[in-house]
Design a protein around this ligand. Sequence first.
Ligand SMILES: O=C(O)c1cccc(C(=O)CC[C@H]2O[C@@H](n3cnc4c(=O)[nH]cnc43)[C@H](O)[C@@H]2O)c1
Length: 221
Amino acid sequence: MRVLVVTAVPAERDAVTRALGPGPGDIDVIAAGVGPAAAAAGTATALALASATRPYALVISAGIGGGFHPVAPLASLVVADAIVAADLGAETPDGYLPVTALGFGAVEHLPPASLVRAVAGATGALTGTVLTVSTVTGSAARAAELRGRHAYAAAEAMEGSGVAEAAALHGVPVMEIRAVSNAVGPRDRAAWRIGDALDALAGAFGKLVPVLERWDEDDDH
Ligand SMILES: O=C(O)c1cccc(C(=O)CC[C@H]2O[C@@H](n3cnc4c(=O)[nH]cnc43)[C@H](O)[C@@H]2O)c1
């Protein structure tokens, strides 16, 4: 099965490729840039280029992310059972409305449940909603607002829904894996654990290959 892994930055890409090691492999890893637009553009381009010859059977959005307290502590791993665009919508006097309530698009993408279970089992990751935001959360109030809107939110990052939109356009299943580098909430750069999170991300991908080889998409039908 040919797999495309989409990270945001080269440090994440290198953590994943370090874990996969040398060898032919059927897993390509790209760093598409930070944010949902860069992620969607990079993913769509890679999927389109591969489609005529050797199409991808799965896309994985991967990288570091913020963890919601107390669900996802620093350096823990989160596998998304739902990938949700958390700020794609409109503010109204009565509160936030997702873009779907305005009659447009999609805000939620669901990875194959059997794959989520298998990856979480093999890596020790927890499962939950991973939010995609265009602005990193920087206050307790915003973190509480997001948790209020998304009861099962475990992590937030900036690329998952962009990757998922591109994958959906190409009819390819998608999943998202995040290693927690910081807590979602008040900005505290001194508390970031980016190195530990990259190590956790590498550890997860070190265990992933046999899972992907065994996974049968038909399990979800
Ligand atoms: O300047 C800040 O306060 C700040 C806080 C957390 C992360 C950033 C980044 O610029 C990293 C963006 C990059 O990493 C992912 N990421 C990591 N932590 C988070 C987060 O708490 N919320 C959203 N995204 C996060 C993200 O996917 C980007 O690729 C800056």
